[in-house]
Design a protein around this ligand. Structure first.
Ligand SMILES: [Zn+2]
Length: 108
């Protein structure tokens, strides 16, 4: 799970006030940003989700979750090409689905 200066954030869209916790195995994601060398992002334990993200997850709406995440991610990273961002988000959320362990639990 990720955390920022404003307290815990949604691990999908980085929004505030996560409401749900999704049990998840530790895993890592290989990230390639443009011509840079690949780096690895570590994911430890559960993922937190805000209400809008949880609705997409519970509905099995893979594209909806991806688009919601991109909508919030892109303004925070103006230099990041949309195509690169989309690949990162799709990979991260595929890994989440692969490593997810069971049902969500209320959080916070
Ligand atoms: Zn979210």
């Amino acid at each position: 799970m990720a955390s920022g200066n404003d307290g815990p954030a949604c691990d999908f869209c980085m929004g505030h006030y996560p409401r749900w916790e999704y049990p998840c195995d530790d895993h890592h994601q290989v990230v390639v940003l443009g011509g840079d060398l690949p780096t690895s992002v570590e994911s430890e334990g559960s993922w937190l989700a805000c209400e809008p993200c949880a609705e997409q997850i519970e509905g099995g709406n893979v594209d909806g979750l991806m688009l919601h995440t991109l909508h919030h991610l892109l303004p925070r990273h103006p230099g990041l090409p949309r195509k690169v961002a989309a690949t990162l988000v799709i990979d991260a959320q595929d890994l989440f689905r692969h490593h997810r362990q069971g049902d969500r639990v209320a959080w916070g």
